[in-house]
Design a protein around this ligand. Structure first.
Ligand code: NCD
Length: 328
């Protein structure tokens, strides 16, 4: 794998390969000594043009567990035109000898520009670009669903027949987009629920069912209910009357939580607006996988960095990362 820019272009075999390598990485994280020598001498740059807490530290933890050197580059708030500033920054990183660049950017497509520009030779991982994609988030979500469903028997399995309902600010959500493509590729049935104003115009071309009524969606007993953050920072207009009204109609409250099937899980990528899209009861309930998602995120990002930098053919040193999964 040269870059990880989106989930839309991942084949089922590629997606499963990443999830299965993440399983191997997770196994190594149960050991007393968690650090693997796999990426010793390699440099991973976290290039974040947008705020982030969990995604940045998750990539940092992943790179460090693989013994890579990590440089954190917070490049927020540049007034230079996007293309120029990205080019200058990229060339600086190239000069520093970056082997992989993990980029988060407010402009959809910035990671692809970086990967295809010729400015750098490093592998590029998209850590969220505008409203476009956030592939490692979708991969950790799929990993979490698979793990809850199949436990230690997860390797090699896809999500055929699994029902996933994604609720909320679909319009502004790169998490929703990456999940729609990946979950579809893995065989899951995806339903979107939101007010009509927060459903993208091109949704008719997506492999999903769209509902506007959360109670109807819950009555259909999804296996996973993924609540999305209302992205107030990306809203330049009124997309719903009031927060209270939004919460009443599309928020996961205690009553709706009760309506879920015995084994269904509640997911949220974080950061949560407690009391808006998700109640404290739901966020802290045993059904909630919020913290599992965070923990699984490190394993998935270790897998992504491993596949980018160590390559499928390389010997996995002390991991057994090449043992299973589809070959590419
Ligand atoms: C998501 C993001 O940045 O797209 N968060 C994250 O990666 N932890 C979702 C969000 O901000 O709501």
């Amino acid at each position: 794998m040269r870059h990880l820019l989106d989930t839309k272009s991942l084949s089922p075999a590629e997606a499963l390969r990443i999830l299965d390598v993440a399983e191997d990485m997770a196994d190594t994280q149960q050991r007393e000594v968690k650090k693997l020598p796999t990426l010793r001498g390699r440099t991973v740059v976290n290039l974040f043009f947008e705020d982030s807490t969990r995604t940045r530290i998750s990539f940092e933890a992943a790179a460090k567990r693989l013994s890579a050197d990590v440089i954190n580059f917070a490049a927020k708030g540049s007034s230079v035109s996007k293309g120029e500033s990205l080019q200058d920054t990229a060339q600086t990183l190239q000069a520093m000898g970056a082997d992989a660049v993990v980029i988060r950017h407010g402009a959809s497509g910035a990671p692809r520009t970086l990967a295809t520009s010729g400015w750098i030779s490093a592998g590029v991982v998209n850590a969220g670009d505008g409203t476009h994609e956030h592939p490692t988030q979708a991969l950790l979500d799929a990993y979490t669903i698979r793990k809850r469903r199949f436990g230690d028997d997860s390797r090699g399995r896809d999500l055929s027949g699994v029902g996933v309902t994604i609720v909320g600010d679909i319009l502004h959500s790169r998490v929703a987009r990456s999940n729609v493509w990946l979950l579809h590729t893995l065989g899951a049935r995806v339903t979107l629920v939101a007010p009509p104003t927060l459903i993208p115009q091109d949704v008719s071309t997506w492999p999903v069912r769209v509902l506007y009524d959360l109670d109807e969606a819950i009555a259909a007993q999804p296996d996973a209910l993924m609540m999305l953050r209302i992205q107030l920072e990306r809203m330049n207009a009124a997309y719903f009357p009031t927060e209270r009204e939004y919460s009443r109609r599309w928020g996961l409250d205690a009553r709706r939580l009760q309506g879920l099937g015995a084994d269904s899980i509640v997911m949220h990528p974080g950061p949560m607006n407690r009391g808006l899209e998700i109640s404290a009861e739901a966020a802290d309930s045993p059904r909630s996988t919020v913290l599992e998602q965070v923990a699984n995120g490190v394993s998935v990002r270790m897998a992504a960095l491993y596949l980018l930098l160590a390559g499928a053919e390389r010997d996995a040193d002390s991991t057994d990362a090449t043992r299973k999964g589809t070959t590419r």
